[in-house]
Design a protein around this ligand. Structure first.
Ligand code: TYD
Length: 215
């Protein structure tokens, strides 16, 4: 699986991935605080969204009542991502000691559109062979929880469900498989973190992996 990694940035580029309820938001904010305490400038962004155009695409996809074709989904997420890269991520990362933390990135497209929606990993990676989408993070944290934990954490939240959260268990099983494949194929970039542990131990594991990158 070839993804063109011609790195066009100087700073540190991190992404977080995981099933719903894996604790991404908590760990992202702990990582941000920790890096800031070490004098890094940190920008946290979420996908889809993060730009005015991207937020419009976010509402377009997450609030839709209509079934969306998988390729249409993939292109929409890629469109939001390309805008975010060229307007925010790459300009910010042109500086040293600057870090972008992304809540979801290419691995979400592979797991959701590639696997769960059935488009295939290859279509997603091909889309990401074009600049600026060919910019991969230095490091991705996959916060791993099992499906049962994800589903029970989701139901205990009791929030309104978005387009993807309305799916059935079969969809989530394919999603989990997609993430497992990503972890295998991109094992150099993706660090698998046991996210069933308590918050502090999850963060301890993240810090351990990060230490190599922040010297
Ligand atoms: P969000 O509310 O940000 O979800 P979460 O809090 O779980 O991160 O909504 C983003 C939704 O979009 C989420 O269900 C995953 C989905 N998604 C894709 O299907 N493909 C993608 O490439 C991305 C970035 C997100």
């Amino acid at each position: 699986m070839q993804l063109n990694k011609l790195k066009q940035y100087n700073g540190l580029f991190l992404s977080f991935e995981g099933l719903d309820g894996s604790g991404k938001t908590t760990q992202i904010s702990k990582t941000k605080e920790w890096l800031e305490s070490k004098n890094w400038n940190v920008m946290v962004l979420r996908e889809p969204g993060g730009t005015v155009f991207g937020e419009k695409l976010r509402s377009a996809i997450l609030e839709t009542q209509e079934d969306i074709d998988p390729l249409a989904q993939a292109m929409l997420f890629a469109s939001s991502r390309a805008q975010l890269l060229s307007k925010k991520i790459l300009p910010f990362l042109s500086n040293k000691n600057h870090c972008v933390i992304l809540d979801r990135y290419i691995d979400s497209s592979i797991a959701y559109q590639g696997y769960a929606a059935g488009l295939g990993m290859e279509t997603i990676t091909q889309l990401h062979s074009y600049s600026p989408l060919n910019q991969m993070p230095d490091l991705t944290f996959y916060l791993e929880i099992n499906l049962e934990t994800s589903l029970s954490r989701q139901s205990s939240r009791g929030e309104d469900k978005d387009y993807f959260e309305k799916n059935d268990t079969a969809f989530y099983q394919k999603l989990e498989l997609g993430y497992k494949e990503c972890c295998k194929v991109f094992s150099e970039r993706i660090k698998v973190i046991n996210a069933i542990q308590d918050i502090e131990n999850v963060f301890k594991d993240i810090k351990q992996d990060l230490n190599d990158y922040i010297v």
